[in-house]
Design a binder for this molecule. Structure first.
Ligand code: ZN
Length: 57
């Protein structure tokens, strides 16, 4: 099982993040937010968008 999140729906970036679990995916997106957007504390609104963007394959 692979979990994917299209970041276009989350922060507007044209990349898809993949991970083996939702926890791993969330942590990867948090790293992306910190590195690319300088967001150190993910706001609830963004976390909500992320949860909606996650798809299982
Ligand atoms: Zn981004």
């Amino acid at each position: 099982m692979v979990y994917k999140a299209d970041l276009k729906q989350v922060c507007g970036c044209g990349i898809t993040v993949e991970a083996k679990s939702t926890d791993e995916l969330v942590s990867k997106v948090k790293d992306h937010a910190a590195n690319m957007h300088n967001i150190k504390q993910v706001p609830p609104e963004l976390a909500d968008k992320l949860m909606k963007a996650i798809k299982q394959e």
